[in-house]
Design a protein around this ligand. Structure first.
Ligand SMILES: NC(=O)c1ccc[n+]([C@@H]2O[C@H](COP(=O)([O-])OP(=O)(O)OC[C@H]3O[C@@H](n4cnc5c(N)ncnc54)[C@H](OP(=O)(O)O)[C@@H]3O)[C@@H](O)[C@H]2O)c1
Length: 277
């Protein structure tokens, strides 16, 4: 029987490339997106390559939309082999500058929607006795740094969720895999929002400007999203995938430094790398 994959946030970047890579690997792939008007590019490639790829409407923040999408998939295919929790976005701002509502909005997509999708898909995977849940975290899910504090917190939450889930779902033959990309060349940085107070306030203006400039410079040399897609494909091909896969030399370098240095040494190293202090 044809294997079935579901990817959230497939309109661009990592989700776009991962949907295509899964379809090329022979999965019937539901490339879901919250705005299906953005489907033309992926649909065109799928048609040209005769891929089994279907675009489906799914706003991960919206309970009704998620319920409807998963129901449709189960009705149409009766199984889900792979779920890629990819949809996400970033927010510039320090902890003081990001309002609680803005923090919640960031967590809604990056964390609670991951929980939502897992709760909807896990019963099917448990009954099947197999499945792969791939959560796109980030190197920012392992390393804290200033001015993306809500984003980083949401990705740290995804890491904790995933580590716990590995014990819970592993019992039923379901693999949970964390992907930790470094800086990836997508529209992510152009789409980042800025906390209202960060735009207006004086207190953190200096560090905010320094970090944004530093990260944007790194983004110019980012890893192509196709490489993330390839790491995901390799991971799900493993019979026993590892808990986490790092993508990009930058991510590997930062994580290695974190392992080798004391906490204080690592903070000083990060300041230097991020904004030359
Ligand atoms: N780029 C990086 O450097 C990087 C590094 C580490 C981790 N990541 C993570 O990788 C994932 C994908 O990001 P990307 O780099 O590929 O950026 P991207 O090109 O901006 O893609 C983000 C995708 O998420 C979608 N999305 C956002 N909110 C959504 C919602 N409520 N419902 C459904 N879809 C939603 C976007 O849809 P629209 O087109 O409708 O906005 C878009 O398809 C994110 O989780 C991000 O945190 C990125």
């Amino acid at each position: 029987m044809e294997k079935v994959a579901v990817v959230t946030g497939s309109s661009s970047g990592i989700g776009f490339e991962t949907s295509l890579a899964l379809a090329r690997e022979g999965f019937f792939t539901y490339a879901t997106m919250r705005n299906v008007k953005k489907a033309d590019a992926i649909q065109k490639i799928a048609n040209e390559e005769s891929l089994s790829l279907k675009v489906l409407d799914l706003d991960v923040d919206n309970e009704e939309s998620a319920e409807k999408a998963v129901k449709t998939i189960i009705q149409e295919k009766g199984r889900i082999d792979v779920l890629i929790n990819n949809a996400g976005w970033g927010l510039w701002g320090t902890a003081e500058d990001v309002s609680l509502d803005e923090f919640r909005e960031q967590f809604e997509t990056n964390f609670f929607s991951v929980v939502r999708m897992i709760q909807k898909v896990a019963p099917t995977m448990r009954k099947q006795g197999f499945g792969d849940i791939v959560n796109i975290s980030s190197v920012a899910g392992r390393i804290g740094f200033p001015v993306s504090t809500a984003y980083i917190s949401s990705k740290f939450a995804v890491e904790g969720l995933s580590e716990s889930l590995r014990f819970e779902l592993g019992e039923f033959g379901v693999n949970v895999i964390i992907i930790e990309p470094g800086v990836i060349k997508t529209k992510f940085f152009d789409s980042m929002k800025t906390a209202k107070k960060a735009d207006e306030g004086e207190t953190y203006r200096d560090i905010t400007q320094k970090v944004i400039t530093g990260v944007k410079m790194m983004a110019e040399m980012g890893t192509p999203p196709k490489e993330v897609a390839q790491v995901i494909i390799s991971a799900i091909k493993e019979e026993k995938p590892l808990p986490r896969y790092v993508v990009g030399n930058d991510a590997a370098m930062f994580l290695e430094a974190k392992k080798m240095k004391t906490d204080i040494e690592f903070e000083n190293y990060l300041k230097k790398e991020l904004y030359g202090e």
